[in-house]
Ligand binder design. Structure first.
Ligand SMILES: [Zn+2]
Length: 321
């Protein structure tokens, strides 16, 4: 009986290995979809808008093990996907600048990044797995009520924003204090956006804020108000406007990609699990890098699904049938 069991296990193992070998590395498909994950609080306990530090760390491990690698939102918007062949880009975003996202702690007379805050976890993971990458966009609130005002440590607000900008992270606009833009007239919408940018640039002069995450996912009456403009002497221009939901994003090379309607997936146990499983069941839908940042590899016959305004430095290659 025991022998039979061992044989059965062996046979299963052989089958699994054989099926992997037969499948080989996934075929490149740079018209596939990808996940832009959206996190809120990194804290205890796990809740609707909270991921614990342990679970956030586990998300990174899961993504890494399943062949996902970090790209920054701005790189994605520029069509710069510089990843090893066979891997899939994933983008991390954090909304609302809550304390657990980025905290400094004093230890033995020096100040260091709290290893249990999201930035601390990301930094540690990047040291352990340098090929996972280092990237995340923080959609901050410069004048919200505490604890959401710039990560809730006013004495370190400037230092944090400067750290992010200097270490491969990005800073995004989430309005001044999380205003529901659907409720306000043009002047207020523009002021909310311009004031938020001015605050960021006060700490990081000349920093170019390229994306806006809509508070509550609510669009202003006219999306153009959020896209670009000048208010109170500040000129803003957003290359992307991010929603709070919507599932996996279309490839940035694809015609389906809409810069003013960039969907996200919440970084929560069930949502993440569902989408990872969905990509496993639908491997043909998954963005898979060809390993060459200058080439866009698309499935045979799919050239007409490419954006018409593809950056001119990119060469398109159709995969053989
Ligand atoms: Zn928010």
């Amino acid at each position: 009986m025991r022998l039979l069991l061992v044989l059965l296990l062996l046979a299963t193992a052989v089958l699994i290995v054989a099926s992997f070998a037969a499948a080989g590395p996934p075929a490149p498909n740079e018209l596939g979809r990808l996940m832009i994950l959206e996190y809120h609080k990194i804290d205890e306990p796990e809740e609707r808008w909270t991921r614990t530090p342990e679970n956030f760390r586990r998300d990174l491990e899961t993504l890494y093990a399943r062949g996902y690698r970090l790209v920054s939102l701005n790189a994605l918007l520029d069509g710069r996907v510089d990843l090893p062949a066979g891997t899939t880009p994933v983008v991390l975003t954090f909304d609302d600048s809550s304390p657990g996202q980025f905290r400094y702690v004093e230890k033995n007379g020096t100040v260091e990044i709290d290893p249990r805050s999201a930035v601390g976890i990301l930094e540690a993971f990047a040291r352990e797995k340098p090929d996972f990458g280092r990237a995340a966009t923080f959609f901050v609130l410069p004048a919200a009520d505490p604890p959401n005002r710039l990560f809730n440590q006013p004495e370190y607000a400037a230092r944090k924003l400067q750290f992010l900008a200097a270490h491969g992270y990005e800073i995004g606009n989430h309005t001044l204090w999380h205003a529901n833009l659907a409720k306000y007239p043009e002047g207020t919408v523009r002021a909310q956006i311009a004031d938020a940018q001015a605050f960021i640039q006060r700490h990081v002069p000349e920093y170019r804020v390229r994306a806006l995450a809509l508070p509550h996912g609510a669009y202003p009456k006219n999306v153009a108000w959020a896209r670009t403009g000048t208010a109170k002497g500040v000129t803003y221009q957003h290359d992307a406007i991010l929603m709070v939901a919507g599932g996996a994003a279309p490839s940035p090379f694809g015609r389906a990609f809409e810069a003013t309607r960039v969907p996200r997936i919440q970084g929560l146990e069930r949502e993440l699990r569902n989408w990872l499983d969905w990509f496993d069941r639908n491997p043909g839908e998954r963005f898979v890098s060809d390993g060459d940042p200058d080439v866009v590899t698309v499935p045979a016959g799919a050239r007409d699904r490419l954006r018409l305004d593809l950056p001119t430095n990119l060469r398109v290659v159709e995969r053989a049938r």
